[in-house]
Ligand binder design. Structure first.
Ligand code: ZN
Length: 281
C-alpha cells in the first residue's frame, strides 16, 4: 500500500495511490483518520484496505494534485551520518563503531516535488539521497530481531545540507535544518511491499547526470541495527522518520566540488519506493 498526503501545503489530506490516481480516503470512509500519522497511531491499515477495496470515494489523477510529504510534520527526524562504506571511503575516514546520530528540524520537510530554496546564509548547499524509515508504533529499546515490527514502511528523502554551516559548527543541526532542506516522499510504501530494505538501489541525478549510485547493501549499520540502536537512545513515535545515511558521490567531496545553484533539478530515487523531483530556487 502506498499512502500519501495530498493538497495545498499545510492543508494536506490523506490518500492512497491506486493505479495512477489518489483515492481521497476520508471520502471512502469518514471514520478513517485524516492523516497518515493518524493511520499509524490507530493501526488502521485493515480499515484503509477495506476502503480501497470498496470502490467508494473520490479519485483524483496523481498528476493533477500536489503531494505533500507522507508525514508532513514528524515529531522528530533522526539521521545517521557516515553510514555507507563508499561514503566513508570518499572522505578517507575510518568506519564508525557506533551510529553517528544527528537530527533535522521537522520544519525542513517539504513535499516530493516542492522547490528547495537556497538560503542566503548558505554558500555550499549539497544533496544526499537516503532511504527513509517511517516508524509505525512507539519503540523503546527494541531488539534487532523485533525491529521490523516497529517500522510502518519506507519512503525517500533528500538530506539537503548547508556544508559551510555544517563544517563551521561542531553540531550539524543548523546546516541540516533550513526550511525546504528535507524533501520526503512521494509515498509511504508499507513494509509488506519491500521484502528486504537492505538491498535497494539508491540514486541521485542532478540535471540529468548521475551523482550518487549505490545500494543499501553498502550500509554500515543496516535497518534492524539502526532501529535497535536508535530506540535504545530515545523513544520513537509513530510517524518519526529515520534517514539512514547517504552513499558516495555528494558534491562537496568531488573534485571540482559540485554545489547546488538556482535552476538545478534533482531526481532522488530509491528502487521500489519512488523518486523525488525538486527544482532548486
Ligand atoms: Zn544524510
Amino acid at each position: 500500500m502506498r499512502l500519501v498526503s495530498f493538497g495545498e501545503k499545510g492543508h494536506e489530506r490523506v490518500g492512497v495511490a491506486v493505479d495512477g490516481d489518489i483515492l481521497d480516503l476520508v471520502t471512502a470512509d469518514v471514520s478513517l483518520p485524516d492523516s497518515v500519522v493518524g493511520i499509524l497511531e490507530q493501526d488502521a491499515f485493515d480499515a484503509v484496505a477495506r476502503a480501497v477495496e470498496s470502490g467508494r470515494g473520490t479519485r483524483i489523477s496523481e498528476e493533477g494534485v500536489r503531494l505533500g510529504a507522507p508525514i508532513t510534520r514528524p515529531s522528530k527526524i533522526v539521521c545517521v551520518g557516515l553510514n555507507y562504506h563508499d561514503h566513508a571511503a570518499e572522505q578517507n575516514v575510518s568506519l564508525p563503531e557506533h551510529p553517528l546520530l544527528f537530527s533535522k528540524a521537522s520544519s525542513s520537510v517539504i513535499g516530493p516535488y516542492d522547490e528547495v530554496v537556497l538560503p542566503e546564509a548558505c554558500k555550499q548547499v549539497d544533496y544526499e539521497v537516503e532511504l527513509a524509515l517511517v516508524i509505525g508504533c512507539q519503540a523503546t529499546r527494541v531488539t534487532e530481531a523485533d525491529a521490523y515490527d516497529y517500522i510502518a514502511g519506507y519512503t525517500v528523502a533528500n538530506d539537503v545540507t548547508g556544508r559551510d554551516i555544517q563544517f563551521r559548527q561542531r553540531q550539524w543541526h543548523q546546516g541540516k535544518s533550513y526550511d525546504t532542506f528535507c524533501p520526503v516522499g512521494p509515498y509511504l510504501v508499507t513494509k509488506d511491499e519491500i521484502p528486504d530494505p537492505n538491498t535497494l538501489d539508491v540514486r541521485l541525478m542532478l540535471n540529468g547526470e548521475t551523482m550518487q549510485d549505490s545500494n543499501t547493501d553498502n550500509l554500515i549499520f543496516n535497518v534492524p541495527t539502526m532501529i535497535s540502536r536508535i530506540s535504545h537512545a530515545m523513544t520513537l513515535f509513530p510517524g518519526d522518520i529515520i534517514l539512514t545515511g547517504t552513499p558516495a558521490g555528494v558534491g562537496i567531496f568531488r573534485d571540482p566540488k559540485i554545489l547546488l545553484k538556482a535552476g538545478d533539478y534533482m531526481e532522488t530515487y530509491v528502487a521500489g519506493i519512488g523518486t523525488l523531483k525538486n527544482n532548486v530556487k
